[in-house]
Design a protein around this ligand. Sequence first.
Ligand code: GLN
Length: 481
Amino acid sequence: MKNSISHIKNSLRNKKISVEELYDEFLIKAKSSKNNTFNLLLDKENNILSIKESQKRYENGNPLPLDGIPLGIKDLFCTKGIRTTASSKILSNFTPNYESFVTQKLLDDGSIFIGKNNCDEFAMGSSNETSFFGPVKNPWKNKNYPTDDLVPGGSSGGSAAAVAEGTCVASLGTDTGGSIRQPASLCGIVGLKPTFGSCSRWGIVAFASSLDQAGPLTNSVEDAALILNSINKHDFNDTTSSNHFREDYSNDINNKLDQKIKIGIPSDYLKDVSGDILSQIENTKKALIKHNVEFVDVEFKTTEYALSTYYILAPAEASSNLARYDGIRYGVREDGKSLDDIYLNSRTKGFGDEVTRRILIGAYVLSAGYYDAYYRQAQKVRRLIKDDFQRIFNDVDFILTPTTPNEAFKIGDKLDPISMYKNDIYTVPTSLAGLPGISIPSGLSTNGLPLGIQFIGNYFEEKKLLQIAALAEKELNFNEQ
Ligand code: GLN
């Protein structure tokens, strides 16, 4: 594929283009983008040293795995000396003096950051409309309403739209309840959420710590594997960083499947879906059956509880994590007559509506009178959801679902929280269970918009998961469509 990492690296190796020319090409394009995909574009001076070093490595014949590759970084990762805002007013003047673990790994592997991608405020949202920097526009258009601007999904909407519009080769996003997979699906690209604990959370602005996970948004499954290779490392600074065996995820990615694969399709996920969504699953089935893949119907017992569980636990953790933004230690401070007034004014003016709503819900479900009724209960249901997945994984290798219940919708169309939350119906259960999931583009809707399918694997089985996704990608051939 023309814009894949391996293709670009070949062009750099064969001197068809220099690292600096490549960077300039992307930067110029990013500067002229009308989709509001970046909160900040880096000055070329910031990168010139890295560009030169990268070029030297190509000339010496020893380039690093991501050498010279222009990346976008969701504005939720702390980047040393580069403003990091979480798309919030309260952090709009915050410049970290350290680099997050995962972005450091990307730098160590030679990649070059173009800028910080727009996202929902503190990663709360499914449409990138809650950003202090304004909404991101999906580069795709509904063919029946070509003048209307559509959402790119969220919260990593800037990342997904930037990859889709071609202003970065790949972007690093985060996924708490679907924020990598859902925007990837609405923008026609690949999005991988690794197993919880695979990639360190150190230096990522925290939303819900038991769910947050970094992962790639890319043009291809192979690119997702290459980025995963870089960021999937153990980190002593993150107590939930796992010590599991890590593989080369891109190696053998296109190998033929040597054993019979069984994939479960949850019938309860497909009950009320549109014909467009259903045909994504049907087409995938048809494409894979000829490759020794068997499909079976499976049924979850917990799906109907997943969203309410998530929307108790995620706000609870968020209300605790966001208590640190008091106007004193970080970010924007508003005046007040007393210390309490400063807290109150800074938080009232610094947070947007959705973030405020989550803080209120979170504080409520954690409060003494309601902790048992909501928070503890939701923790128990979370365990049942996890067990439900394991029951199904006793019988199948992967689970195949739609990524989203709908295509990209118009900006402003789903402003009530409940209809927005329903966008995450297929991604949230995986997050609650801590399992890995990947969304790949599978086809177009009748309105000419991209739709995605999601493969879910068992814990730390990213290698197999990427292989099956690569096979489906090849067979479905979305990019040719
Ligand atoms: N849309 C979900 C939410 O608003 C998921 C967000 C995310 O994964 N960061 O919480």
